[in-house]
Design a protein around this ligand. Sequence first.
Ligand SMILES: C[C@@]1(CC(=O)O)C2=NC(=C\c3[nH]c(c(CCC(=O)O)c3CC(=O)O)Cc3[nH]c(c(CC(=O)O)c3CCC(=O)O)/C=C3\N/C(=C\2)[C@@H](CCC(=O)O)[C@]3(C)CC(=O)O)/[C@H]1CCC(=O)O
Ligand SMILES: NC(=O)c1ccc[n+]([C@@H]2O[C@H](COP(=O)([O-])OP(=O)(O)OC[C@H]3O[C@@H](n4cnc5c(N)ncnc54)[C@H](O)[C@@H]3O)[C@@H](O)[C@H]2O)c1
Length: 194
Amino acid sequence: MSQETNTLYPVFLKVRNLQVLIVGGGNVALEKLTFLTKSSPDAVVEMVAPYFREETLERAKQYNVKITKRRFRKSMLKKRHIVIATTDSPKVNKRVYELARKRFLLCNIADVPELCDFYMGGIVTKGNVKIAISTNGKSPTTAKRLRQFFEEVIPDNIDDLVQNLNEYRKTIKGDFEEKVETLNEFTKGLINKN
Ligand SMILES: C[C@@]1(CC(=O)O)C2=NC(=C\c3[nH]c(c(CCC(=O)O)c3CC(=O)O)Cc3[nH]c(c(CC(=O)O)c3CCC(=O)O)/C=C3\N/C(=C\2)[C@@H](CCC(=O)O)[C@]3(C)CC(=O)O)/[C@H]1CCC(=O)O
Ligand SMILES: NC(=O)c1ccc[n+]([C@@H]2O[C@H](COP(=O)([O-])OP(=O)(O)OC[C@H]3O[C@@H](n4cnc5c(N)ncnc54)[C@H](O)[C@@H]3O)[C@@H](O)[C@H]2O)c1
């Protein structure tokens, strides 16, 4: 039996430097906006839809998200890096996807894996440490449960280790290779109990 492998390549985007458009303002839009801003409160986002849920408007206000109350238009893809479509019209979602592809924009049609250039993942954040989880689009529920599991088991003070090593690395003398060796020697006990 051949085992499937996840070949997606994860990256950690500086969304404060990117222009993100969310098409739609309903339940799914709120869910995507919530996870996006939870992980990246500094994301630069605009939302376009004729109708917005009250909770979406509240969340948007909290995170300086620009609200545009009208139907999606092609011109709204100008000067955009990423577009996420969440409308209840498969036709509109498909159009967003096709226009985005033409412009080489990264596109996610929420909950429609075949119309996604990337997937949103489960995300665990502890200070400077962030873990992103994907099930290759196969089981969002598993991604959510794994996220909850790692939120529990990763100690809140994991960031102290990062901060301390960041300080320590500034004090080490020597060339690049010596520094790498010192840092590796210093931390090897973290994974090898012997
Ligand atoms: C991780 C997370 C992030 C986020 O949403 O930002 C995320 N989905 C989450 C939850 C969730 N979504 C759904 C359920 C109900 C259970 C279920 O239906 O399975 C639950 C669970 C729940 O809510 O309990 C519905 C759903 N989602 C997709 C489909 C279509 C399909 O699978 O074919 C359907 C069916 C729609 C329908 O019935 O029509 C598809 C996608 N959802 C993804 C991401 C991408 C793959 C991620 C991966 O590789 O694992 C992908 C491919 C595209 C995308 O949307 O990016 C977030 C958890 C965040 C957290 O808690 O930390
Ligand atoms: N609610 C869920 O949890 C859920 C789960 C799985 C699948 N879905 C599916 O996802 C889709 C969206 O669900 P929802 O609950 O967010 O719907 P919703 O009715 O809450 O929101 C739909 C949004 O799309 C907007 N919209 C419609 N036409 C538009 C256009 N031309 N341009 C811009 N925006 C437009 C509406 O104004 C509204 O803001 C539906 O097809 C639904 O069946 C929803």
